[in-house]
Design a protein. Structure first.
Length: 91
């Protein structure tokens, strides 16, 4: 489950992600990129297997008033890979 919010004071987006894979939370922050038309956020989380803090990246692309796409990217051996993509559509 994710919670995306915009803070008018800092002019940044904040995201908190929790799921049933681990017991920790993933927190990220970022801004809207006018060139890509996406909210681009970065953060860190504690890997439940290693106990080490790891970086990750998330994007949200708004495709109209009733649709957006959320993507999460992680790193393995220094290479980025997309670990999650969710397409939300309001009916």
């Amino acid at each position: 489950m994710g919670l995306l919010a915009y803070d008018n004071a800092t002019h940044k987006f904040y995201n908190i992600w929790i799921d049933n894979v681990g017991t920790g939370m993933m927190m990220s922050t970022g801004k809207y990129n006018d060139e890509t038309h996406k909210v681009e956020m970065t953060g860190t989380f504690v890997d439940p297997m290693s106990g080490k803090e790891e970086p990750f990246r998330q994007t949200v692309e708004f495709l109209g008033k009733d649709k957006h796409v959320f993507e999460m990217f992680m790193y393995y051996e220094g290479k980025e890979f997309r670990s999650l993509a969710i397409e939300y559509t309001r009916k």
